[in-house]
Design a protein around this ligand. Structure first.
Ligand code: NI
Length: 159
């Protein structure tokens, strides 16, 4: 495995709509492994391929430690409820925003074996599904945040 460089805001990669994966090649499997390593090294709970400069519809999520969800060509197939909470992004270090997301989200995707899988998540996992899938369409959370935290609020949060 190898740790990859995380692209930061300002890079066009983060604003590009990613293409679906057509075939799960050894390169895709390697990318999944490298993305998980990169996410863990950066202390993140989710990472999308465009964040490491790859314009493909691939996401890894680890909200529950040790349980990595690998999503290839993911789609949200159901959602319900509403949940406002803090959101950050490894591509926007030091920033936080308040974002309304559904409380429950179900995604359908392919796993690394090419099988169709479905996951339903609530709260943080639901938020993660929405945030990471947005990345695949070139969207970043400040686009949908109803408010970004001020420097003072971030200071308080750290304190
Ligand atoms: Ni992000």
């Amino acid at each position: 495995m190898a740790k990859l460089k995380i692209v930061k805001i300002g890079d066009d990669t983060l604003r590009t709509v990613c293409r679906p994966v057509e075939k799960i090649t050894p390169r895709v499997l390697q990318l999944l492994d490298d993305m998980t390593e990169t996410m863990r090294a950066a202390d993140g709970v989710g990472l999308a391929a465009p964040q490491v400069g790859i314009l493909r519809r691939i996401v890894v999520i680890e909200v529950e430690e040790g349980n990595v969800l690998e999503l290839i060509n993911p789609k949200i197939i159901a959602f319900s409820g509403e949940n406002e909470g803090l959101e950050g992004c490894l591509s926007l270090p030091g920033q936080w925003g308040l974002v309304k997301r559904p409380m429950h989200v179900t995604v359908r995707a392919l796993n690394r074996y090419g099988e169709t899988v479905e996951y339903t998540g609530s709260d943080l996992l639901a938020r993660c599904f929405c945030h990471e899938l947005d990345h695949l369409d070139g969207k970043l959370y400040p686009d949908v945040a109803h408010r970004m935290l001020t420097a003072e609020e971030i200071e308080e949060l750290r304190g």
